[in-house]
Design a protein around this ligand. Sequence first.
Ligand SMILES: [Zn+2]
Length: 188
Amino acid sequence: MEMIQTPIDLSKDWNARENHRYQDESLISVSDNDTQKIVDKICRHFKLGKYNLRFRGENGGATIWTFSKHIRFSHNPSFVLICHELCHALCRRRYENSKIRHGCKKWETQMKRLIGYCKAKNFWKEEIEKWSIPKPTKPEPTKDELRTLKIEKAKSNIVRYEKKIKMYQRKISKAKRSISMLERFKKR
Ligand SMILES: [Zn+2]
């Protein structure tokens, strides 16, 4: 994570106004790799389904396709951009098929929910640091270790199968009992 140094251009375009409104969040840029993880986390929280991402260009723009569930971001998007695109998905889910315009009351409500969630998670700053540390690679198990694992697995299978035998034995005796009951009634 690094801070974007470019000054905010407060022209009339929508993105600039949104970046101004959520200034702090617009200054945090997320690497392409971490963006997917953060999008996954937001999507899971707001039950938006899984979105696939692509990255192209550096212009700070993005496009979302809510039907095919993918988003094209420019490289290293800001939190405002991530929330903006997911706001389209959230509005679609929340208000069904109605077209929600940028900046209307409904849009702002959902945008605030998204930003609030990111804030509550502290923009995953701690996690992002952990993600960038390469995981220690586990040494390959030796042949003997593999054998031990297989033995353990076979043993737990036996326990499972034995439980099943008991269950079916109970079922068999229950079925036999009901046969004998029914046959007794038949003879009368
Ligand atoms: Zn938009």
